[in-house]
Every structure is written in C-alpha cells, then in structure tokens.
Ligand binder design. Structure first.
Ligand SMILES: Cc1cc2nc3c(=O)[nH]c(=O)nc-3n(C[C@H](O)[C@H](O)[C@H](O)COP(=O)(O)OP(=O)(O)OC[C@H]3O[C@@H](n4cnc5c(N)ncnc54)[C@H](O)[C@@H]3O)c2cc1C
Length: 501
C-alpha cells in the first residue's frame, strides 16, 4: 500500500510506546457491531434449486458479478443488450463501501495511482470516457480529474514495525539499494494489463519472488519480512508464494524512481468510486442487485440461467445468447463444471476489513496509510479517513489477510465478531498510544471469504480458453494481478471476445 514511498530514505526512528499494548480493550465497551458477510449464500443457492420459476427474462448477454470486471464488461458491449446480476444488495465486490453517517467508506480496494501512457489503451480510454482521468502531457501520464481525492505525499504513510515507528516498511540499506538497481531495468516492461507483458519476461512467472531475490541478492530474514509484508498487502501471498513476475511488477509497474511521483488517488469510498462511475454510465434497468446466479445450462444455441432474487425470495430464469462470468471462479464447479477445470489452480486468500467509527477528536496525527508489522502477520494496518475527508466522524479502516487455508475462520468471525473488533481496537490503541475504546461509536466488519487470487508461479501466464460454449471470463482470478486496472481490462476483453463470435 505504500508503493509510492518504498524508496524513501528511512532510518528515522521516532519515540514510541513499545510496551503500551492495549489488549482486548473493548470488554467493557458499549458500541454496536455490523457484520457484512456472504455466509448464507451457499445455503440460499441450494434451497433455490427446488423452487419454481416465478418469471422468465430474455437478454442478449448475461453478466454474472457486479465488481469492477463485470461492470467494465457491461460498459464494453457496444450496444448489445445485457442483464448484470450481482448477488449482494450493493455493487462492488472487493471494491465495495459501507455507508457510515451518510458517507461511503471503503470496505476493500481503496486506491489507485496515475497511469503511464504506455498502459493498455482500452482501459485508459474507458477511464477517460468516465471522466476519471485526463492526459497530462507535462507529466507524460494519465492523471486523475478530481484532485480533491489525491493524497498529499507528506501525509501518505507511516510504518509501525514491531513497536517502532519508521518512515518506510523497507528500511534504507545497501541491500535495498541493490534491489532497486536489480529491478530498474524492468521499468516500462511490467505493464498493465499484465496480459501485455512481453513473452521474453514470462520466465519470471516460473519461479517464486523469493527464489528470484535469493538468486541475485544476499537477502536477510529481516529484509524478507519487509518484502513479505508488502506482497501480502497487495497480492495476499508472501514472496515464497507469489511469482517473481508479480513481485517485480509491484516495484516497477510505474516509474516510481523518477519525479514527479505518481499521483495517489484515494477517495473515502476507495475504489467504490470507480464502481459508481461505471454503474452510472450504464442503463439502470440492466443492473440487478440481490440477484444470485444459482444454476446455468447450455442449450443448443442459448443459455438458461436460474437466479435467486435474495430480497423477494423468488426464482427467475434468464435466457441469453452469451454469458460473461465475472464472479469468483471457484463457484464455477457448481455452476458450470466444464469451465471450472481451467481455474482449478487458483487459490484465494480471505480478507477481513474492520471499519471503526470514532466519536470525538482524539487523534492528532493524520497519515493515510498506517502500515503495521507485528508478530500477528494477519493484521496489515489501517487507513485513516481524515486524510481523505475532513467532515464527519473519523473512520479507521483496518485490514486483515489470512492464509488461504483459513476460510473457515472467516465464518467463525461471523458468529463472534466482537473478538476481531476488540483485537482491532487493541492494535489501533497501541499505535496511537491511548485507549480508544471509549471513543468507538460503531464497528463494521466485512468478511470476504474468497477475496484475492494469489498470483502464484504460473498463474499469470497460464493459457486459459477465453470462451467455453459461448461463456467468456472476466475478473482478476482469471489470471490477472489483483489490481483495479487488470480487473477492468479483464472485463473489456471478455466483452471483446463475444463480439468476435
Ligand atoms: C481487501 C482488498 C483490498 C484491495 N485493495 C486494492 C487497491 O487498493 N487497489 C487495487 O487496484 N486493487 C485492490 N484490490 C484488488 C481488487 O480485488 C481488484 O482491484 C478488483 O476490485 C477485483 O474486481 P473483480 O471484478 O475482478 O472481482 P470482485 O470484486 O471479487 O467481484 C466479483 C463479484 O461477483 C459477484 N458474484 C460472485 N458469484 C456470483 C453469483 N453466483 N451471482 C451473482 N453475483 C456473484 C460477487 O458478489 C462480486 O461482487 C484489493 C482486494 C482486496 C480483497
């Protein structure tokens, strides 16, 4: 999350309260907790199978999933009629937001950076059409239109590493400089979308980032701890789990080494900003929320798809010529197993986001991103809303990333959310060196079970069919990096594939 500043000269250690751990302070607290989870979805889908059809609809293209990829696909259908089904009451997927006191706050992806001119033209022109970016000839890049959402580099980030405040996750050292020198030649070659990375770079997808670093640098455990934090933060896996291509991409996909620094764009609602812009550009009546796709079958020249209307508790059958599948691919094993086999290799990390709304002005330091390295490797820090939005209550958005085998834990948290909320308040109190419990107004917990596909070796360059029986595939779990730009391009390409048939 601190890509722009990983280069900064560190070495400055601030006075801290190493011993001021605030364990589970919320025991005597009296605030509400709201949990947003999809745990019931499997159960709903199973129940829906035996229900009668209450309505028949026909469209040209059915889109499954209302995240960035599904919406970008809808925007790229060039006039073809479509219905987009999103199972949640709100669009967004991993770029969603929660309403707190009348303002939307991010519950997932929360930023992007300005785009170099050499990035993929189709996503850039969609972003331009949506009036999100404009070309800056002076900076030779695409900058954001709404400057009020740019984060000033002086408030950008602070790192709390095992009880010590530091300027950067990767402390300055000869080793860091050597890594920068090693990776510099990749600038301009690590593109977005990742499908445009040249084949001469594909060998980097055959080994882990750890193996790559170990081959060329005298790495230390401390150095790898910092690298792992950054890889978990953006890709959900450690340097041993992700490919060298993903790791190198992180440090070189923009010209971070030159001035001016890329713009850092982070509205309070995070990347839900992009979701809103996309949704508003589409016909309202074609977007269906609370529509859970539960079954689909291919007939001779069309698809029949059953959808459970979660709100109205009734089943709808949709006839369509094509399907763009922009939902999580592991669900294809139930929906259309024939298409699932090519996604079997994808593993997902669960993420949990805890938004803590505070009453009153108790915090004086305002940094956007607050990295947090501790023996609990799951807690990755938090975003402070006061750097994005000065009105209303302060919201601290805390992020947890769990290993992929911990999917069950996400379910346990739904039944006992107080534990993770208490834990979060403990971390925040330790960071700010004061017990924040009595200032907490409300906590919002977002559980994302299959949130982020890990870009393991082989994931980015594996050849997958773009079309199976008239179904095309979008989403970052179709072999992309978990980044807004790649999600958007995957949707555009899934729509393009259909227009070629
Ligand atoms: C915690 C977190 C933080 C992140 N931060 C950033 C960031 O700061 N910047 C960045 O660029 N990227 C970030 N990412 C990556 C982010 O995932 C992508 O940028 C992008 O939002 C992925 O979009 P997508 O459409 O591919 O998938 P998703 O967002 O997962 O969308 C899939 C959608 O399909 C729906 N769906 C699935 N099955 C069905 C069904 N059967 N019926 C109906 N609907 C269904 C889901 O509900 C969901 O809405 C982050 C990811 C996570 C998890």
């Amino acid at each position: 999350m601190d890509r722009r500043s990983f280069l900064k000269i560190g070495g400055t250690f601030f006075a801290i309260g190493v011993g001021c751990k605030f364990d589970s302070p919320a025991k005597e607290s009296n605030f509400g907790i709201t949990v947003d989870s999809n745990r019931n979805i499997g159960h709903l889908a199973r129940n829906a199978v035996s229900q009668a059809i209450s309505q028949n609809l026909t469209t040209d293209v059915l889109i499954v999933g209302g995240g960035i990829a599904g919406l970008a696909a809808a925007s790229s259908l060039k006039g073809r009629a479509f219905l987009l089904c999103e199972m949640n009451p709100k669009l967004g997927g991993t770029s969603s937001a929660v309403n707190i006191g009348g303002t939307q706050f991010s519950q997932g992806a929360h930023y992007d950076l300005s785009y170099p001119g050499y990035y993929g033209k189709e996503s850039l022109s969609l972003l331009e059409r949506l009036d999100i970016i404009k070309w800056s000839g002076r900076n030779d890049r695409w900058d954001f239109v709404e400057k009020k959402y740019l984060i000033d580099s002086k408030n950008e980030q602070r790192c709390f590493s095992n009880g010590v405040f530091m300027e950067s996750v990767l402390p300055n050292s000869e080793l860091k400089q050597n890594m920068i020198d090693l990776l510099k030649p990749y600038i301009g070659k690590m593109l977005l979308p990742t499908t445009q990375i040249g084949v001469e770079m594909h060998w980097l997808d055959k080994l882990s980032f750890y193996a790559y670093l170990e081959k060329y640098l005298p790495i230390t455990a401390e150095f790898i701890e910092s690298i792992d934090y950054q890889m978990l933060d953006d890709f959900g896996g450690t340097s041993r789990e992700i490919s060298a291509m993903a790791g190198i991409h992180y440090y070189t996909c923009r010209p971070y080494f030159s001035k001016p620094e890329p713009e850092l764009f982070s509205p309070p609602e995070g990347n839900y900003y992009f979701i809103n812009k996309l949704a508003r550009s589409l016909p309202k009546e074609s977007i269906k929320t609370n529509y859970l796709v539960v079954a689909t079958s291919k007939q001779s020249n069309h698809w029949l798809t059953d959808v459970w209307n979660v709100q109205e508790k009734r089943k709808i059958r949709i006839k369509s010529k094509n399907i763009i599948y922009a939902g999580q691919k592991h669900l294809l094993q139930y929906l259309y197993p024939k298409a699932y086999s090519q996604f079997k290799d994808v593993t997902y990390t669960p993420w949990i986001i805890v938004n803590i709304e505070l009453n009153g002005e108790v915090i004086t330091s305002n940094f956007w991103q607050n990295d947090y390295l501790s023996p609990n490797g799951q807690f990755l820090g938090f975003v402070n809303s006061k750097t994005q939005y000065s009105n209303g209550n302060r919201v601290l958005s805390a992020y947890y990333c769990y290993p992929s085998v911990y999917h069950y834990l996400v379910q346990e948290i739904e039944t006992d959310p107080k534990k993770i909320v208490d834990e979060t308040i403990g971390y925040l109190s330790t960071y700010y060196n004061q017990d924040l419990t009595k200032y907490v107004k409300h906590a919002y917990v977002k559980l994302l079970g299959h949130a982020m596909p890990i870009p393991a070796p082989g994931f980015l360059t594996k050849q997958r069919a773009s079309l199976v029986d008239g179904m095309s595939f979008a989403g970052v779990d179709s072999g992309r990096l978990p980044l807004m730009f790649d999600a958007m391009d995957s949707g555009i390409q899934a729509a393009n594939v259909l227009s070629e048939t």
